[in-house]
Every structure is written in structure tokens, then in C-alpha cells.
Design a protein around this ligand. Sequence first.
Ligand code: PHE
Ligand code: CO
Length: 284
Amino acid sequence: MTAPLALLTDVAIDQDWRGYTTAEHRVWSTLYDRQAALLGTRACQAFLNGLEVLDLRGGIPDFAAINVRLENLTGWRVIAVPGLIPDADFFDLLARRRFPSARFIRDASALDYLSEPDVFHDVFGHVPMLTDPVFADYMQAYGEGGLRALGLNHLPHLARLYWYTVEFGLVGADSDLRLYGAGAASSAAETVFALESRSPNRLGFDLRRVMRTRYRIDDFQQTYFVIPSLDALLEATLADFRDVYTSLEGAGDIGPEAVLPTDRVLTLGTQTHAAETGGRPPPQ
Ligand code: PHE
Ligand code: CO
């Protein structure tokens, strides 16, 4: 087992928590206060519980302190990495219950602009859900599935599952929809848009449907997929994806705005936001 260990030590860097400036800690606190206020009624219970037990207030957290609590709860750890890492390293880390996080934080002059995930997105957005035992298992299974998918030429299909669940997933019923996705939960504007705007579609989660659906990286999502519960998500993804991938070979991609006759529609979006910003979805 020397190779996987070598991989881990290669990709991790030191967070250098003492190296953060007062201004950087202040950016975290500003973002934290804004999101915590919004999420009280908008994030799912697992997220809110995680936020509370991890105690992420008062500046950029020291990963070592987070890990004492997190490892105790679910065996997950956060490690610092130098920005985006190769797919194989990413999957390998998740399969070992290591969540890779950026160490840099966005600039105070552009609180809502991110060219790539920063420590606020990665830690505030993702780590609360890793305190939930079911979601903790889902993320590990995703990493294991990713390692298997590497050789199968189906990474785009698997990446869409990540996007529409881990980054932008909604959970619950029509009368009480909540966020669990990190991309939405770490963005003030998308937190509100995802749940309250009339523009996007909100559709019942279906594994193959999600895997076929292209997504927006340049704007709010045009469609959000809703799971009834975290248990249901884990159960829907237990099957060996080799057969799912095979069944997708003839199936075409679906546009990010599309609603199909087979969809379970919670909200039929107006798509006015997408029309106004005029962004055309990039091919994926
Ligand atoms: N069942 C999936 C597979 O065989 C593993 C997986 C679980 C992938 C959850 C993603 C999310 O590949
Ligand atoms: Co993310």
C-alpha cells in the first residue's frame, strides 16, 4: 500500500493557518455571518447541525481544529491542496475520507466573485455535510465510484451527478425545500435563487436523468434536482454504475433548461433569469 500513501502526501500542502492576515480572517467572518443568517431557514438540518458542531465562526478555521471534531463524528478530514487537483487524486482522497480544500480566500473587494473554489466555498460549503453519517458515506462512495469510472470514459456523467447533488442539490418536499449543495449554500445570491426564484426548474432526482443533464458553470443553475432525503440519495446511487454507464451510451445529453414529459416537476421554471443574462450554456 505504498502507492496510495505517496499520492496523498504528494497532493497535500500545509494550510499555514498562522500565515493568514487579519483582513483575510475578516473576509471569512463577513461571508460567514451573511450565509449563516440566510441558511437558518434554507439549509437542511444536517447542514445546520454540522455548521453548529464544527463552530466555523470567527475567522478562517484551522483545519487541525476542524479535524478533531470531524474525524470523531464521521472519520472525515479536511486537507489543504494547491487549487484544482487531478481527477485521480480527487477521487482517491474522497475514497479515503479526505476532503481537499483550497487554502486561499477571495478578496474583500469581490466577495461574490470566484474564479475557482476558495477556502470559504470548500470548508463552509462542503464540510458541514461531512458531519452527517449518510452524506459522509455518499461522498466516500462517490470517490470509489470515481476511481472505477476513470478508466470507463464516463467521467462527464459522474461529474454531473456531483454537480447536481454535492454542489447544487436540494432536499425535501415541495412545502419545505432546503439546500444541501455546497455551491448554493456558500453563495448568498444562489441560496435565495435556488429556493425562491421562479426562474429555475426544480425536478425530482433521477440518476440517469441527472447524468445526462449539462450544467451551467457561468451562472445560476437553470435546473435544481430534489432528493426526498439523504438516505434516498445514497440508495439511488448504490447500484454498480457500470450498467448505468452502458445504458447511457445511446442516450443523448439534455440541456440545462429542459423539462421532459417523464420528469417529476416541482417547479416549472420561467427561465427569465437565464434569458436576461443571455448566457448560452457551455458544452460539456
Ligand atoms: N455505485 C457507484 C458505482 O458503482 C458508486 C457511487 C456511489 C458513485 C455514489 C457516486 C455516488 O460507481
Ligand atoms: Co465545491
